[in-house]
Design a protein around this ligand. Sequence first.
Ligand SMILES: O=C(O)C(=O)C[C@]1(C(=O)O)C=C[C@@H](O)C=C1
Length: 364
Amino acid sequence: MADQEKDLKGLRDKIDSIDGKILELISARAAVAQEVARVKEAAGATDAFFYRPEREAQVLRRIMSRNDGPLDDEEMARLFREIMSACLALEEPVRVAYLGPEGTFTQQAALKHFGHSAVSVPMAAIDEVFREVESGAVNYGVVPVENSSEGVVSHTLDSFIHSSMRICGEVVLRIHQHLLVGENTREEKITRVYSHAQSLAQCRKWLDSHWPMVEKVAVSSNAEAARRVKGEWNSAAIAGDMACELYGLKKVAEKIEDEPDNSTRFLIIGNQDVPASNEDKTSIVVSMRNQPGSLHRLLAPFHCYDIDLTRIESRPSRSGAWNYVFFIDFTGHRDDPKVQYVLKEVEAFASELKVLGSYPKGVL
Ligand SMILES: O=C(O)C(=O)C[C@]1(C(=O)O)C=C[C@@H](O)C=C1
């Protein structure tokens, strides 16, 4: 055997032996997760929450803080994300509705957050995701809420006004857009580009400089754009990796988004109050009468108790009694004494205050 072959054999034997140990440890971990399930069932079988967002965030943060490489923290956390997802599926497979169709960035976000052992169910619209969770047909829902270059997804915010759904988590996804074609289309023949209006907007400068003459057609989602070009000659789609793989398309150009850090934040909705994880956020919606200085009064308690506002968004009120509706996100959990003081002060002054949820800050 040549020297190189010998070296390789020795190293592969080492890997086999390590894999054996990893296998044993993962199986031992899964068996403990099954015991956890039995404890949860014994404590209250019908409404036991098997999925525990705060615990998952703590597990992932701990792994990241203890990781010494050579794999980077995110890569290591992604591996543990999948192990936990498989362990949870042994306890009870989690069903997650997302804004579809299959292949959207929202599905990618759902899998990033829950791992690939979750059962993901596509819905045609944001309010259908809310309804599906409310009816109990699924355990959780995933909806987009804001994009770093295009701003807020107002439909999602409006859905919270009349819904009793709570926010159980958030996940941020880097959005990479690609120019995709079917196998029968040659690059120089492209005359039309399909995509969702937001994605066309996110790639506007790139399109103007590379394809100024091409016809741009907005469709209901990126995945729908990808589905169309699969069977249509001389057309391209702008969509992400999931849609590209799902429809077997070819990448003509990669990462064509104008902003290099283009990312979208998604919310996990459910009917669970999530305990504190030590690094949390709270989202509230507040309605107020239109009076001079009212916004200042609304925000003053946050300043006073030194609470960091991460987002504030105003939406027109849908009911006559409400003049303004403000969606506010801030750091901290609703069980923190400081947060409780602030909520008390805001409540005393607002026409209505609803806490949409306290949830762990996105880890991955
Ligand atoms: O700690 C729990 O409650 C578990 O069910 C175990 C576990 C895990 O695999 O670590 C699995 C699912 C939960 O979402 C959180 C954590």
